[in-house]
Design a protein around this ligand. Sequence first.
Ligand code: KIV
Length: 268
Amino acid sequence: MRTWTPQKIRALKGVRRFATVTCYDAASAALVEALGPDALPLVLVGDSLGMTMQGRDSTLAVTLDEMVYHTRCVARALRAPFLLADLPFGSYQTCDDDGFRAALRLVKEGGADGVKLEGGERVLPLVRRLVEAGIPVCGHLGLTPQSCLAMGGFKVQGRDPAAAERLLADARHLEAAGCFALVAEGVPAALGARMAKALAIPVIGIGAGAGTDGQILVWQDLLGLTQGRVPRFVRPFAALGEAAKAGLRAYDAAVREGAFPAAAESYE
Ligand code: KIV
């Protein structure tokens, strides 16, 4: 078992805010692990990998097999943070049996400690069933990328009072169904704060303002690896993209000039 459990993550509520991050491969997970057990309590293998790793323009095409593969890669390198994996689009919208089997695969084959799924009232029976079976579940409300077709794109949700009340009601229902945490994505800061205040479980925000219990950012956005435009809520905390380009340029120049490899980098 990993060091961080749903109980320990829940216990952070009201004690300290916490940062979490997405991760899709073992090399990146090893970097998280190197921070030590107190740094990041939770790592998410998000279906955002469809965009960050596969170059797609949405998460819709990500398959369960792909989620299992990436979860397994991360699981190999992760010891301390709780490993959460996304149920991808299509793996639980068909029926709860499919969703249950998909979650079992992420846990049994992928090595996930829990699963995340998008939606409110519609997913409550599945959440209850997973929790009863002993699988920790994290909800996801607001700008739910798997609904981008219905939402008309990646748009902030809960701006009008009725929609905000519906999201708050959904959040309460997910908590009552047994979720140990909730991701609130793309909602006004005031609503993010209201959600955190209304629930006893931690609310992890992304584009949900500063009033949530935790934050999550996508690996590439957080480390400055994303080429092109990033959403308003992203702050790059490093400039790895620029560092990588500088390294690639230096390598290219060294090879062209015959400066690489040197004798010390060659075998006798
Ligand atoms: O897929 C993902 O990475 C996510 C986070 C952005 C919360 O759902």
